[in-house]
Design a protein around this ligand. Structure first.
Ligand code: F3S
Length: 298
């Protein structure tokens, strides 16, 4: 039996920075609120809450004397304006890679371009990007959806367009979208805004999945980058998605010898370690039971 943990599994630079800033704020300010949970990990959110950091859904829930933290996903222009209008003390933990997309769409929208966003329209990061656009915007998740937009929207392909991607967008699907867009749009600027941490994580997951009998993807069920890793792994081998190590006991691992482990960008290292150790214990017990049964058969 062999268990390989992907080197890229776990916190990315942007999440690490946001989590550090939240703990730092907890130490220095008595009232701290994050706009939405800082990461898709209930254990870490609970840990922060125990230190006085409350996750709120809406800016109106933030008291006037509290520090408000913007998480790595970023927020709309309107939220920045509201924070400024209320003179709230703010710690901006927007990932610099996301902030770069805000600048691109803001500049290109202002110059009259239509913005094409590859990503999940409901995701907070995409909502934030949308909130920095000032002109027409279209969303799509696949090359087919992009082509539908192009065919169904009169003259869109001749107008000036700017295409960006959610930072955690599926890299292969992005390539398909770029290829299709180039065929139909005559005045298009393409910005590959998928973050390098995502690219490396997806590449490593793909390679590991090809060599494994089973892939364990560790991460929140509401985390979009974890969902994409799971989707990639499933293309190559049997894969399961777990939030906690305990969930591994629900599965049957007969015939499994090579296990790969990867994790979403908001999965703490301690949970990845717990999953690795539990899996190792399960496989060891399985081996011992098998040899015991062999002995009984003799
Ligand atoms: Fe930033 Fe990339 Fe992480 S965009 S939050 S470093 S996945």
């Amino acid at each position: 039996m062999e268990i390989t943990v992907a080197k890229t599994a776990g916190f990315c630079f942007g999440v690490n920075r946001a989590v550090d800033l939240a703990f730092e704020c907890a130490r220095s300010s008595p009232k701290v609120c994050t706009l939405g949970p800082i990461i898709h990990n209930p254990q870490l959110v609970a840990q922060l809450e125990a230190q006085g950091v409350r996750a709120v859904d809406d800016l109106s829930d933030v008291p006037d004397d509290a520090v408000v933290i913007i998480r790595s996903h970023g927020v709309t222009r309107q939220i920045y304006d509201e924070i400024a209008a209320r003179k709230l003390s703010c710690v901006d933990a927007t990932c610099p890679f996301v902030a770069k997309i805000h600048r691109i769409v803001q500049e290109k929208s202002a110059a009259g371009s239509t913005i094409l966003i590859a990503g999940d329209r409901e995701h907070p990061e995409v909502q934030g990007i949308f909130g920095h656009c000032t002109g027409p915007v279209y969303f799509f998740k696949t090359a087919d959806e992009l082509l539908q937009i192009c065919y169904n929207t009169p003259n869109i392909c001749e107008k000036s367009c700017c295409m960006v991607a959610q930072t955690t967008f599926h890299t292969q699907e992005w390539e398909n979208c770029v290829e299709s867009a180039k065929k139909v749009c005559t005045n298009l600027e393409i910005f590959d805004t998928i973050c390098i941490a995502t690219v490396k994580r997806q590449e490593e997951a793909r390679e590991l999945a090809q060599k494994s009998d089973l892939m364990i993807v560790v991460g929140g069920r509401t985390s979009s980058n974890t969902a994409k890793l799971f989707q990639i792994c499933r293309e190559f081998t049997r894969s399961i998605l777990v939030e906690r190590a305990q969930e591994l006991y629900d599965y049957n691992f007969a015939q499994v010898a090579k296990v790969g482990v990867t994790a979403g960008a908001s999965t703490p290292a301690c949970i990845i370690k717990e999953v690795r150790n539990t899996m190792s214990e399960i496989l060891k017990n399985q081996e011992e039971e098998a040899s015991f049964e062999e002995l009984l058969d003799q």
